[in-house]
Design a protein around this ligand. Structure first.
Ligand code: OXD
Ligand code: MN
Length: 593
């Protein structure tokens, strides 16, 4: 029963627009979800997998034209174009509402409207927020039931408040020419049409938790960031929390679920996962910055996930998980993807549902010849994760000691450095960049600037976003987290990675936490504080101190070129670029002279 007046009125309006045959309120009960799973299996929307090996697991295939987020069809619709800024597609809200309503009108005919009340964050947490998504897709309902907290208890918590985000999803004909993912931050509204791919239709995730929430955070004085959150436990049992932002394909989920090297594990070091993709952060009663993970599951990339690269993520997918666009092993009705193991199934269907011949696999034509789509996904409940933090479900959030930025840079950025202060750290985040890999289409090694990893996700003008970061620093004062930058991806002359990465990144995290506590040494350079090679613990690692010194170097010539590129990058923001950041660039240039 919907008692909330603003919600009841909006549901009426949506019903009249899309014209469904039936309307179902998602209460979140297991019986209701089980009925929907059954229906999805009957209609072929999902395939039930081997229930002994993968209890509660299903496979879903999207249309081949609908396999990823579509940034060129993603819009921020604010009254003023300038509010959306130079990095977002913009359209006048009136015009866009009209266009979208024309597409969605009557599109639920013969279909059911599912109403999903959901909470981003533990229900009732002072940092959490509520949304309602209506959809004509059972796949969306079942994914939202994993990725968020859903159902009647959310409505009970909402009461009669109008502080909730409206989300309309209409599959329509999954027509790429009429696909739009649109945000109206001034109305707390999201409309997504003609897609059924997770990132475009699970409206709680990128659409609400980043684009709408970043706008809300700007107006309300908090932060919505594209960051993982982890807790690092030392042998004394003390846990310190770190939030970290990386562009796609830099190992965010791997870092969030890191397993320390044997020798550190024996000493008693542990990593606890709070989140792998999104952090909402607010200043707490003690003046420190507290973070929650607004999500309740992991929507992770399957290919490359294996027992070595990410044991904990793989474990998380062993029950109650929905796989999307992975391969189906017909011999035992389980799933497979490239990089899972070295035994490709001999009798399998690829992500399109066609017979797959593993001998024909061609690395240069992944989409055409791979078993799983390169962007195939698992939707797994967070509570399956063996290293899930005890704090995960607590609404108060965890106090953040350090913020880490990073990217893939073959030569430029050292393994790790600490910014000189908060303002300098905002400069580091605003200039974040990553080099393209062979995994993505287009040229390899091209530098893409992706400030704070928020380029596709910031719901307003990025110049204002930088200013918001600076303002937050002022409010936090000496309680502000320390800001660092890492680069796991330095290569030698043959293009091999020098740093082992994965679990060994723990050695760098330990230095970072020691710096936060004033326990570790560093030397000042033009870009910030760099560890002395002796300050990073290399015990049991096959790496010489000279090799480590090499990847801690700051090459003045490379950085002079980098400063010129930053200047170009900054031009985009025009007079919205905060003066303090321009000063930071000037300081860097002077220090490099
Ligand atoms: C994601 C992304 O899917 O950042 O998390 O693209
Ligand atoms: Mn992400």
């Amino acid at each position: 029963m919907i008692k909330n007046k603003t919600l009841a009125a909006w549901i009426e309006e949506m019903k009249n627009l899309v014209n469904p045959d039936n309307v179902v309120l998602i209460t979140g009960s297991e019986e209701q979800l089980e009925e929907l799973r059954k229906e999805a299996v009957e209609t072929g929307e999902m395939i039930k997998l081997n229930q002994e090996k993968l209890p509660g697991c299903y496979l879903h295939r999207t249309k081949p034209n609908d396999v990823a987020r579509v940034e060129d069809r993603t819009f921020i619709c604010t009254k003023d174009k300038e509010t959306a800024g130079p990095t977002n597609n913009w359209c006048d809200p009136k015009e866009m509402y009209e266009k979208l309503y024309n597409i969605a009108r009557d599109s639920y005919k013969g279909r059911t409207m599912y109403i999903i009340p959901y909470s981003m964050g533990p229900i009732g947490s002072p940092i959490a927020k509520i949304g309602v998504e209506v959809t004509d897709s059972i796949y969306v309902v079942l994914n939202m039931a994993i990725m968020t907290r859903i159902g009647q208890k959310v409505l009970d918590t909402l009461g009669d408040s109008n502080d909730w985000v409206r989300g309309l999803h209409a599959k329509c004909n999954v027509d790429p020419e009429n696909r739009y993912i649109c945000h109206f931050p001034e109305d707390n509204t999201i409309i997504s049409v003609n897609s059924a791919y997770g990132g475009n239709v699970l409206l709680g995730k990128k659409c609400f938790a980043l684009r709408i929430a970043s706008f809300q955070g700007w107006k309300e004085g908090w932060m919505a960031e594209h960051m993982l959150i982890l807790g690092l436990e030392n042998p004394k049992g003390e846990v310190k929390y770190i939030a970290a932002a990386f562009p796609s394909a830099c190992g965010k989920t791997n870092l969030a679920m890191l397993i320390p090297p044997e020798y550190l594990k024996k000493k008693g070091y542990k990593i606890w996962t709070v989140g792998d993709d999104i952090a909402w952060m607010k200043i707490g009663p003690d003046g420190r910055l507290y973070a929650i993970n607004p999500e309740n599951g992991f929507f992770g990339v399957a290919p490359g996930t294996n027992a070595h690269s990410n044991f904990n993520a793989l474990e998380s997918t062993k029950k109650n998980t929905i796989f999307t666009n992975v391969a189906l092993n017909l011999d035992d009705n389980t799933v497979w993807w490239e990089g899972l193991d070295k035994n490709p199934p001999k009798n399998a269907l690829n992500w399109r549902g066609e017979p797959w011949d593993y001998t024909k696999y061609d690395k240069t034509k992944k989409v055409e010849t791979s078993a799983a789509h390169p962007n195939s996904r698992f939707t797994a409940p967070a509570k399956n994760c063996p290293c899930l933090s005890d704090e995960f479900d607590k609404g108060a959030g965890v106090p953040i000691s350090a913020i880490i930025f990073g990217g893939r840079r073959a030569k430029c950025t050292p393994l790790v450095y600490q910014s000189k202060d908060w303002v300098n750290g905002v400069f580091v985040g605003s200039t974040m960049a990553s080099e393209t890999t062979a995994a993505a289409a287009g040229a390899v090694g091209v530098v893409r600037r992706d400030p704070m990893a928020m380029l596709p996700f910031c719901g307003y003008n990025m110049g204002d976003y930088f200013k918001h970061w600076l303002d937050m620093g002022e409010k936090l004062g000496d309680k502000a987290p320390k800001i660092f930058n890492v680069n796991w991806f330095r290569t030698d002359d043959e293009g091999n990675f020098i740093w082992p990465g994965f679990g060994d990144n723990m050695r760098v995290l330990n230095w970072i936490i020691d710096r936060c506590e004033g326990k570790a040494n560093a030397r000042e350079t033009a870009i910030g504080y760099i560890p002395n090679a002796e300050d990073i613990d290399l015990t049991d690692l096959d790496m010489s101190i000279d090799t480590l010194k090499g990847i801690l170097e700051v090459d003045k010539d490379i950085w002079t070129k980098e400063a010129d590129e930053i200047e170009e990058h900054y031009k985009k923001f025009g007079n919205k670029l905060p003066e303090q950041l321009r000063e930071q660039l000037n300081n860097l240039k002077a220090a490099l002279k």
